[in-house]
Design a protein. Sequence first.
Length: 228
Amino acid sequence: MSSLPLNVHVSKHPSLLAKLSQLRSKSTGARDVKTLIHEISLILASEALPTAIAPAHGPKDQTPLGFEYTTTVVSPGTICIVPILRSGLGMVEAVQTMLPSPVPVHHLGMYREMTTLDPVEYYNNLPHHIPTSDADPSGSALAIVVDPIVATGGTCAAAISTLREWGARHILVLSVVGAEEGVRKAAGEWPEGTDLWFAGVDGELTKEGMLKPGLGDVGDRLFLTIGK
């Protein structure tokens, strides 16, 4: 595999790589698929988030013994998670767990047209407001996109474009596996404003737009809709 764009990061965490190997297996059942997606997302988020958020001083508080201390919060103050429906839902809880406080979740529904493999948006619940400052609670300085698979890259690139137009000032993409071709496409959509983190990158795509070896259809595996 040739070198990837500078805004693409592939984890080398040994536990994550072992869990990814388990997730690839066709014998892994839906319950374990859900658990592995969650655990992989936890590790990936723990590696990616320190590059996008920083500690900051918060208000004063007191310990149970009455000692005063300065609390720690994170900056930027406006963060949201944006799962790509359906399979991105499987990563949301892990990212929320790694953040110190709950953040808004805005859903984007996209699918690939079967013949052209182009992305089609069918659902968007981003607030109809472009943020103007970190203090503005209706927008987000940081948007965290979660989608287990980046295949052709079209859906991920479309999501990045949508969030950029919406007003996000930094986008963090967390994905379990991407195809090298699609990763490059997504990384090039807004390279100065986007960082992409993967557990693994596969070198090939089938003519149907599936990763090889890949994970199969993660949405179907999560929601037991295989053969629908």
